[in-house]
Design a protein around this ligand. Structure first.
Ligand code: BGC
Length: 423
């Protein structure tokens, strides 16, 4: 509920369980809007997405242990447990900052026994089973972390956005505009107090009534572990762009337009092409698109130059649609909050690595807001601070402060304000 002042200090651990990697980060908040970080990144093996709950939490705890063993000897420093901010980038119900009940997995995760459960005790128990003196003080979403970390360094930040394996955004709203809080208990907080809202807008248009869709969008959805969920995300996020391309190509092949006479065995495998495929094809600098040709050779497919030109055009369409649809969420938040100007702090693999995404997104914002030729970009997408690491640490620091001041950190199981006594 607090804005960071930039003066928060202290050492915090953060874990970022993203769609593709897990990062463990030691964040030293130095105050004066400055910080230092040490981090290690561990690739999430593919099998983890469909493993068991125990395997997942132990894998994460093991990464934390490896990091602590390699990066610093916490046993010498103090007997106090190390406070940890956990960035868990999936939709969760949160009635307290140190709890989060997973609503549903997204981004291809499908691990039984976690949905509808609080993930904090699961992680805490796994850390304990490895003998780690670490306490999970805050659970956050990557977008909230991005918002808070970027506000720490840039007070003009109005939202934190992720354009990556998944998509989502967070912004600050006033308590009075949040019906489920303002209608609830007589909390001892002022109506104009602000709170970070995780929109979970990847789930926008789940009832399929707004966005124009293709048959490929329908296939992605029906073949996913959670059909009918994350409709918007499935059209624009990094987890799906390569798969969209694959589905179009397989369809064109079936219709007899491309790769004639070839078996395309590999190309028939779902998710064989990740988003680096359309990204590299869009970036192919050669007139005959020979790099694209090599990419397809690696999948056992021979291509002609006209076929490669067609493939490039399809990638441009997929990438442009993703960028233009992506910024609709920015415009929606601006409209809701009445922002005429905004710094929108963004992170995620599509934002940082997909070619032309930034230009296309900026162009689309100009189209939506209809700024005249002489008007500069008023709502700009800027690279974010590391939300999942630094953001998680700042939120952990703010939570510690709230607890020290005896302020509420949420509601306990009886619906009473929890001042963090037992945690
Ligand atoms: C999740 C969000 C997350 C986003 C970006 C989505 O699939 O539902 O919680 O913020 O991915 O990581």
């Amino acid at each position: 509920m607090n804005f960071p002042t930039g003066e928060e200090t202290g050492d915090y651990l953060a874990i970022d369980l993203g769609g593709t990697n897990i990062r463990v980060i030691l964040v030293k908040l130095l105050g004066n809007r400055k910080f230092e970080t040490i981090q290690s990144k561990y690739v999430l093996p593919k099998w983890i997405r469909t493993s068991t709950s125990n395997e997942l939490w132990l894998f994460i705890a093991q990464c934390v242990k490896t990091f602590i063993d390699e990066e610093f000897d916490y046993r010498d420093s103090s007997d106090d447990p190390i406070p940890l901010g956990f960035t868990f980038s999936y939709p969760a119900y949160q009635s307290r900052i140190n709890s989060g009940v997973l609503q549903r997995w997204t981004k291809g995760f499908d691990i039984p026994g976690v949905e509808n459960h609080d993930v904090v005790p699961m992680l805490q128990n796994a850390l304990k089973s490895l003998g780690l003196s670490v306490v999970v003080v805050a659970l956050i979403n990557d977008t909230t972390g991005t918002l808070v970390a970027s506000t720490y360094t840039d007070p003009e930040t109005k939202m934190g956005l992720i354009f990556g394996t998944g998509v989502n955004g967070a912004y600050y709203d006033t308590i009075s505009s949040i019906p489920k809080i303002s209608n609830a208990l007589p909390l001892d907080i002022q109506e104009d107090t602000t709170m970070a809202i995780n929109c979970e807008y990847g789930a926008f248009d789940n009832n399929i009534s707004v966005l124009p869709r293709t048959k490929y969008d329908d296939t992605i959805d029906s073949e996913s572990p959670r059909p009918g969920q994350q409709s918007y995300e499935k059209m624009i996020s990094g987890y799906y762009l390569g798969e969209l391309l694959r589905l179009v190509l397989v369809d064109l092949h079936h219709q007899g337009h491309i790769f004639n006479g070839q078996a395309i065995r590999k190309l028939n495998e779902p998710f064989i092409m990740d988003t680096s495929f359309p990204a590299r094809i869009e970036e192919d600098p050669f007139e005959n698109l020979c790099e694209t040709g090599e990419l397809f050779n690696s999948l056992g497919v021979e291509t002609t130059v006209p076929e490669r030109e067609l493939i490039r055009r399809i990638c441009e369409l997929i990438g442009t649609r993703a960028a233009r649809l992506s910024v609709c969420s920015i415009a929606a938040i601006c409209k809701k909050r009445g922002y005429k100007k905004a710094h929108c702090a963004a992170d995620g693999s599509v934002f940082t690595r997909y070619p032309y995404f930034r230009d296309r997104a900026a162009r689309a914002l100009r189209d939506i807001f209809q700024w005249g030729h002489s008007t500069p970009d008023l709502v700009t997408i800027v690279p974010a601070e590391d939300g999942s690491g630094v953001g998680a640490a700042i939120i952990a620091a703010l939570t510690k402060q709230r607890m020290a001041n005896g302020e509420s950190v949420g509601l306990d199981e009886h619906g009473q304000q929890d001042r963090g006594g037992s945690n």
